[in-house]
Design a protein. Structure first.
Length: 157
């Protein structure tokens, strides 16, 4: 699947003027048990509520749920669908602020990302962008994750 970003930025000036820009929404993806199990294997977090469908069916949510950090990690899947910065020599994740998990993601749920640029600043030769990304769960009022993710972009000279 090839998806074009909702917002494309081609210059420093354009990116510096992007505060309060809505980035749109990404495509939906299904969170299946295989993805949850692979995340558990990668992180060593094999808590039954994530990886034991039989026990989880009797638990508080009636099914396995995705790890909060799995949901958070998918910001890096959704962000390129929301925005693209062109003419750069480098773009890096700088960090995150204000990470919250207000809802769960049950196995089989569809999720997507939506976002807004909330802050842009010049840091030496780079442009630092803070984007507030919400991971929505189809059919739910509350998002599963809300994070202010910080990226730095260095434009080509």
């Amino acid at each position: 699947m090839t998806t074009t970003a909702n917002q494309v930025f081609t210059s420093q000036a354009q990116l510096l003027a992007a505060t309060d820009i809505h980035l749109g929404v990404s495509d939906w993806i299904v969170i299946d048990q295989t993805r949850i199990d692979m995340f558990a294997e990668s992180t060593g977090d094999h808590q039954w509520i994530h990886v034991d469908p039989v026990k989880a069916a009797q638990g508080p949510f009636g099914a396995c749920i995705a790890h909060g950090y799995l949901t958070l990690s998918l910001v890096n899947y959704f962000l390129p669908q929301l925005m693209e910065v062109q003419n750069i020599s480098m773009g890096v994740n700088y960090g995150c602020d204000k990470i919250r998990f207000p809802n769960i993601v049950k196995v089989g749920s569809k999720i997507r990302g939506t976002g807004d640029i909330i802050k842009v600043e010049q840091i030496k030769d780079s442009i630092q962008v803070t984007a507030r990304i919400s991971i929505e769960v189809e059919g739910q009022d509350r998002p599963a994750c809300v994070v202010d993710t910080i990226s730095r972009y260095t434009f080509c000279k």
